[in-house]
Design a protein around this ligand. Structure first.
Ligand SMILES: C[S@@+](CC[C@H](N)C(=O)[O-])C[C@H]1O[C@@H](n2cnc3c(N)ncnc32)[C@H](O)[C@@H]1O
Length: 323
């Protein structure tokens, strides 16, 4: 496609919602998880980028876009036989192998990582033949938490290499698979400055046609997210790395007495006695933090009764108020 025709189309897009119903003549639409070439094209044009590097280069979509826009390109992908001559076969998780030089003078790095744990998409022995047992390094094959750690490893590696002032553009999925909703964006490491986020509207996806109907309390997922990270300086490596915490509310300093007692009342089936509430809290950090914790429990139960959240059934006896 001619550069002037690409730019004419891109200049119609002015806000942070990117909608390109046609994926353009780049890459391979049969390559699972491929993205519209208009997305890298939009950011190349927006940031006047001349040197592009890419992790997870896949079917060569960004390579083809760069060729048509007349900018330089280097990409890597786990595929042992990459699909374009500007793509090098490399495992981004193997820190013993350095990134190609082009990452060190890139003014934009593009990443479109696999969506871990979507098992109906296969890269190793799906989109390419695994000739030397590298499937275990394919992030697509990994369970969700490990896969996201690896995606974040890739985000940090690319960030470490790029010069200050460069942009790192990460296109990530919002996934509902086998009854579970996962947001890659919410679990993405953000090194440097979060410059801006974009929404990419989805068109003609395979999963949209078959995964679920959009009835019930989930709406059909019709978008992906794009995080643009900017590197402010040479040495600093500041980043936000999401971490999952899982605690019992009775041990948690972030919860109030009202939160804790209400959680206990909701959990006791039938009549709620003072004794039953003491038993549920005893031995937990909430009780350890207050010498007079039983008096605090009784006081909280009285507050809850006044608020109408529980009913008093007798001396030291309560029940959850009917909704
Ligand atoms: C979502 S696809 C990228 C598709 C690409 N944007 C396109 O339009 O064709 C993700 C790619 O990540 C590659 N990949 C998976 N694990 C990898 C790893 N450890 N190192 C490098 N690439 C990996 C897969 O081979 C796949 O091509």
């Amino acid at each position: 496609m001619k550069k002037e025709d690409i730019i004419k189309e891109l200049e119609q897009h002015r806000d942070t919602v990117l909608s390109f119903p046609n994926r353009g003549p780049w890459g391979d639409s049969r390559y699972r998880g491929n993205c519209s070439g208009w997305i890298p094209a939009y950011f190349i044009h927006k940031y006047n980028a001349c040197n592009i590097a890419e992790v997870f280069a896949g079917s060569g979509t960004t390579y083809d876009v760069c060729r048509d826009m007349g900018v330089s390109y280097i990409g890597i992908d786990l595929n042992p036989k990459p699909l374009r001559d500007g793509i090098i076969s490399m495992d981004i998780l193997d820190d013993a192998i350095e990134l190609p030089d082009g990452f060190y003078n890139a003014d934009m790095v593009f990443l479109h990582p696999p969506y871990p744990s979507i098992h109906d998409i296969r890269y190793a022995d799906g989109m390419w033949k695994d000739t030397d047992g590298r499937a275990s390094r394919d992030i697509q094959e990994m369970p969700w938490e490990k896969g996201m750690q690896c995606v974040n490893h890739a985000v940090l590696r690319a960030y470490n290499a790029m010069p200050s002032g460069a942009y790192e553009v990460c296109l990530v999925g919002e996934i509902r698979s086998k009854g579970q909703y996962r947001s890659m964006m919410q679990n993405l490491a953000i090194p440097g400055i979060l410059h801006q986020t974009f929404i990419k509207l989805q068109h003609n996806t395979v999963s949209r046609n078959r995964t679920y109907s959009g009835k019930g309390d989930y709406a059909l997922t019709g978008h992906e997210m794009i995080a643009v990270i900017k590197k402010p300086s040479g040495y600093e490596l500041a980043y936000v790395m999401p971490k999952r915490y899982s605690k019992d509310i009775r041990d948690c300093s972030m919860a109030t007495w009202k939160d804790v007692v209400m959680a206990v009342v909701r959990n006791i089936k039938g009549e709620v006695t003072n004794e039953a509430v003491y038993n549920a809290i005893e031995g937990h950090k909430r009780a350890d933090s207050n010498a007079d914790w039983k008096a605090k429990v009784r006081q909280t139960l009285q507050f809850l009764e006044k608020a109408g959240l529980i009913w008093r059934m007798g001396i030291g006896k309560y029940a959850l108020a009917a909704a």
